[in-house]
Structure formats: C-alpha cells, structure tokens
Design a protein around this ligand. Structure first.
Ligand code: 4AD
Ligand code: MG
Length: 436
C-alpha cells in the first residue's frame, strides 16, 4: 500500500486538475455495481463522489475479486487514470489500475432505502456520510466563515464570552443550572451582556459560540444547545442595528450562493428564493405585524409576543427577511431600551426569515440609563448583586449602544430549506436527545 499520510493527497473535488493523469484516491465505498467484466465502484472521500470503472482485463484476478467482496462504507484506496466524462456526475470518472480494501466494513446500518428520523438521529455519527447531510454541513461551514469575514472586514474584534455565568440573560425559565464548587452556575443563554462590556472597551465587537437554553418545547426551531453570533456596537441606535443586520444577512446568503451551488443542488434548494434576498429588507412596526395577523385569521392577542405560527404568517407575506420592530416592552428582556416616543414599546427588532422560517435574529438598542436599568432588574426579579458589573457600564461612560444575536441553526435551516433544525448542527441536542 502506498503511503497515504501526506498533506498533498488528491481529493475528488479537485480531480479536474488531474485529467488524463494517474492518481491515487483514498476514501470509502459509497456504492458498487458489478456487471460481468466491469465493476463500477463509487468512491466517496468527503469532498465528493467519483465513479471508478474497473475492467476485468485491466487488473489482476485478485484485484477484480475485491469488487465482489468489498462492502458499503469499507475504506478503500483506488489508483487509476482520470477521464473527463460529461455523463459522469462530477464530470470525471476514473479507470482503475489498482484497488485495495483498507478496512472491510461490517453490514452498514444506513442503506439507500428510507429510514425514520429517530433511527437516523441515533446514527448521526454515520449519517454525516450521506450526500444530503454532507451538503448541509458544508453550507453551515460557509455560513460561519461568511459571518466571521463580514465582521472581521468591518473592523469588529472577536471577543469570546464565558460559558459559565452567574445569572440569566434571557429569562430564568430556560436556564441550565450546574454545580460550581460550593455555589451554582448557569450555562450561558447569550453572550450579549459581556459584549456590551466589550463594546465599551473595543467599540465594535462580536462573540460567536454555543449557547444553552432548557427549552422544554419540542418544536422544529428549538435546540437546547445552539450557536449564536452576537455583534455589539457602541454609539449605535436601533436604525443602525437594523442596517447592520440587513447588510449582514444579505452578505451571508450571497456567500452561500457563490460557494455552494453544488451543495444547494444536492439538497434541491430553490435558489431563486435565495437570490431575492438583497437589501433593502422590509421593516415593519409591531402594530403592522399585528394587523397582518388579524387580517389572516390568527388567534393572536394584541400585546403578546408572536408564536411560531404567527411568525410563519408574517414572514410568508414577504419574499425577503422582514424586520419587525418596537414590540411591547412587557414581553421583551430587561435590558432593552424603551422607545422615548412610546415608553410601552422596546427599541427592539426581530428578523423573520421568509418562506415561513420565522425568527433568525433578535436584538435592539440597550437601556443605557443607570436608574432605569436598575429598576428593570428589580422588576424582573433578577439578583441585583450578580449585575453590579453590568450596571458599572452605565456608571462609567454610558453610551447609546445596540446589537443582535443571530442563531446559526435557524439560519442554516432557512438557507438550506430544511424542515427541522436538527439537521443543521453536527450533533443536535434536543429535549429528548443527548446521544450520540
Ligand atoms: O432572540 P434571542 O433570545 O436574543 C438574544 O439572546 C439576545 N441576547 C441576542 C443579542 O441581542 N445579542 O436569541 C437570538 C437568536 C434567535 O433569533 C434565534 O435565531 C436563536 O437565537 N435562538 C435559538 N436557536 C435554536 N434553538 C433555540 N432554542 C434558540 N433560541 C434562540
Ligand atoms: Mg428572540
């Protein structure tokens, strides 16, 4: 066997650079067909799949017999000549000169037949190998890279927020509590409060990491562990926040369209829907959104937050993401600034993705007045002592500031057109899922 531990290995995605040459590929057997004197081996290497054609007369008898023996997902090594072939899926196929089985796989549990979701989620560690899951997680990779690039190019500094926290940020009902020596700690629900501190030190910042919520709801939009990116900017108001969110989401979608045409094809995404996602995005007042619901026969009660079904109705009215602003302050978090023109309302914004996907962004302008913030912390029954550091930000040079949080998994679900967020993260954590 050839030495395959080198960085210069040839991968299927770059096979076009080797047209006419003899190369060795390493991977797994995706599928096979043996027809008389020909064996068709589909090699999968994580970057793509290529058909390798082996003629009985071109290899030794021993090598040809391996085609009979090799099982789905066995690890394999194939040497052969690359040929451009328009009929082949990736535009190339390989004519085999040598074929070795590195490790013969046992009977593989995931077959081309239909499997139930529970079965597939139980085999998530293997399910990643299938075409569709591979495509989704590659698109997730592009989205994350685009997020980082967007902020890095715009002068933001990445500031990592802690995972263990002393108090709630997004309400006490979804806190994961854990022992922390002789006290209690909570897994972070959001890095926002720390980003507010960082914005006062660095001007424009963002954090990007896992966040945790003990969501007892079993919906297709909720995970207990999800990834969130949270920018925060000093000297920015709600309008500035919406401008930022709009440019940001348009950029992410554009990058996926540039980088992932192949993957979008695999998952059969209607790309015309994504191509429509260009600024400006509609911006509507909460009252206007409430009117849309009333006109569409929703049982929504004015003054409440929108439920998932309501968000679906609202977002279905637009072919771009819609930003809904100025929700009633009573249904929003303690840190939001009230609208000076209508103190019952918060200077907040939610961005709802089109095609019924609902909220992907929540954010807004923060309360910057010390006394008002202190009053809100008390009204929300939050432990004042845990928030002294946060109040310091209003004691020492308070400024208008704003930011938002974008949930990665909901964004991936929307961009990929998936029904459920469980397929958007490598290993989903849900109320009833902690395995594998
Ligand atoms: O609207 P949320 O709760 O906002 C915050 O956490 C703010 N502190 C963010 C900020 O202003 N820095 O959450 C933000 C986003 C949601 O819009 C949604 O995309 C995602 O996080 N999200 C979830 N995604 C998956 N599963 C869950 N349980 C989620 N909860 C929120
Ligand atoms: Mg929200």
């Amino acid at each position: 066997m050839q030495n395959y531990i080198n960085r210069d290995k040839i991968y299927v995605e770059n096979i076009g650079e080797h047209d006419g040459k003899t190369v060795t590929l390493y991977g797994w057997l995706y599928n096979k067909r043996v027809k008389g004197k020909l064996a068709f081996l589909l090699l999968r290497d994580g970057t793509g799949i290529i058909q390798c054609v082996m003629g009985k007369n071109d290899v030794s008898e021993e090598v040809f017999e391996r085609a009979d023996k090799v099982t789905q997902e066995s690890s394999i090594m194939i040497t052969g000549t690359v040929h451009a072939d328009q009929r082949a899926p990736g535009g190339y196929e390989m004519h085999v000169q040598d074929f070795e089985i590195i490790s013969l796989a046992q009977e593989y549990p995931i077959t081309p037949k239909e499997h139930g979701t529970t079965f597939l989620m139980d085999h998530r560690h293997l399910w990643h190998r299938s075409k569709k899951q591979n495509a989704i997680l590659r698109i997730r990779h592009t989205i994350i890279k685009a997020i980082r690039d967007f902020f890095d190019k715009d002068g933001f500094t990445l500031i990592d927020a802690p995972v263990f926290t002393p108090a709630a940020c997004e309400g006490t009902t979804t806190l994961f509590e854990t022992d922390y020596f002789d006290t209690k700690a909570y897994l972070t629900q959001s890095g926002q409060l720390y980003m507010e501190a960082a914005a006062m030190a660095f001007g424009k910042v963002y954090c990007f990491g896992p966040t945790f919520r003990a969501e007892k709801s079993k919906t297709r939009r909720h995970l207990t562990e999800f990834w969130m990116v949270e920018p925060e900017v000093a000297f920015m108001d709600l309008d500035g926040d919406m401008d930022l969110a709009e440019a940001f989401v348009a950029y992410i979608v554009q990058r996926v369209l540039e980088s992932n045409q192949e993957q979008l094809k695999v998952i059969e995404r209607d790309v015309s829907k994504l191509e429509a996602v260009v600024p400006p995005f509609p911006r509507i007042h909460y009252d206007e959104a409430a009117k849309i619901l009333a006109d569409n026969g929703s049982e929504f009660v004015f003054g409440d937050d929108f439920g998932a079904a309501d968000e679906t109705i609202i977002s279905n009215q637009f072919d771009k993401p819609v930003m809904v602003h100025r929700y009633p302050a009573a249904v929003k978090a303690f840190y939001m600034k009230n609208d000076p023109e209508n103190p019952e309302r918060a200077l907040c914004v939610d961005m709802l993705a089109p095609e019924g996907y609902g909220e992907i962004i929540g954010g807004g302008q923060r309360e910057d007045d010390l006394e008002t913030l202190l009053r809100k912390i008390r009204e929300h029954d939050l432990p004042e002592s845990s928030f002294q550091w946060y109040l310091d930000l209003r004691r020492y040079g308070s400024v208008p500031h704003a930011g938002f949080g974008l949930g990665i998994e909901r964004t991936v679900a929307w961009i990929c057109g998936l029904h459920h967020v469980r397929e958007t993260i490598p290993f989903a954590r849900l109320m009833h899922r902690l395995y594998p």
